[in-house]
Design a protein around this ligand. Structure first.
Ligand code: FAD
Length: 258
């Protein structure tokens, strides 16, 4: 609610509380809108959960919960599952271990100046930036794995339907140009900037968190350069190094975790 106390935070850091809140909201709120999950939606859910179980570098108890849900889901061979069965598994994983996905949302870096701003969509971006960087740290995987999981999740389940349509058309346009894990990190960064550009000045913009081309020069001076024509250009090597550090698992802050 708007009455909640403001949690002071560092605007230049990623918070685990936002990522866990994203997981809670996607698995207990967005998915709950589907009584049964079948076909392409079921495929998308399996990929999403599998990517989380593989790459999400959170607290051990949360990782165990994701792994338990993933094993259950991968065993489901039928053409449909009931959301209530998925939910029962998610909520009972702790009975035989310390596995748990905390209930509820607690936005920190994704707090909005009012309740209608930021929150979940902000945390979804953060979650997938972290996952693309994580996949690159682990290496050796399919460069499109995380992006395909995000694309499928957004298309099948993301509650903001115009967002899903926009994101799907961006993915159709050029996601197939991604051929390495570094490309995947940069692809998501650059699509996010396209969205920022489209939304700058929009009604959905939190006046305290204006949509900018990110990272701004204060955060990464070397990411920016100017062509001889005077036009701005990104120094992609520097951006890549910046993202790799900014979203790396050992930099994520644990303040305010439940
Ligand atoms: P967000 O854009 O949510 O960004 C969160 C944080 O990520 C920022 O605070 C910053 O720290 C960091 N960041 C910013 N830019 C980048 C970047 N380029 N790369 C890496 N990190 C960055 N809203 C609409 O109204 N219409 C849409 O079509 C739409 N499409 C969306 C599609 C997707 C897939 C998602 C996840 C969200 C979409 N949204 C859309 C929501 C919108 O993009 C914002 O998430 C929302 O307005 C909240 O904005 P925010 O200020 O928290 O910043």
């Amino acid at each position: 609610s708007t009455e909640e106390e403001w949690r002071p935070f560092n605007k230049t850091r990623v918070y685990m509380s936002d990522l866990e809140s994203a997981l809670h909201y996607s698995l207990r709120v967005e998915l709950a809108a589907h009584v049964t999950i079948t076909g392409a939606d079921l495929t998308a859910l399996k990929k999403y959960i599998n990517v989380l179980a593989t790459y999400f570098s959170g607290r051990p108890s949360v990782k165990s919960a994701l792994k338990a849900v993933d094993s259950w889901l991968q065993e489901q061979e039928g053409t449909e599952i009931k959301y209530s069965d998925f939910r029962d598994v998610l909520d009972s994983v702790g009975e035989t271990s310390d596995a748990v996905l905390p209930e509820g949302v607690q936005w920190v870096g994704c707090q909005g100046s009012q309740a209608r701003y930021r929150g979940y969509p902000c945390s979804v971006w953060n979650l997938f930036h972290v996952l693309t960087v994580q996949a690159k740290e682990i290496d050796d995987s399919d460069p499109l794995e995380v992006l395909q999981a995000m694309r499928g999740y957004v298309k099948s389940f993301f509650g903001c339907r115009p967002c899903a349509t926009h994101f799907e058309s961006m993915a159709q346009e050029n996601m197939n140009k991604v051929t390495s894990l570094s490309d995947a990190v940069l692809w998501l960064w650059s699509q996010h900037n396209r969205v920022n550009n489209r939304l700058a000045g929009d009604l959905s913009e939190d006046p305290h968190f204006p949509k900018i081309q990110w990272p701004p020069p204060e955060l990464c001076p070397n990411c920016h350069s100017v062509k001889w024509t005077g036009e701005h250009s990104w120094n992609r090597e520097e951006v890549s190094a910046f993202l790799q550090n900014y979203f790396s698992s050992d930099r994520i802050l644990s303040d305010y975790l439940q």
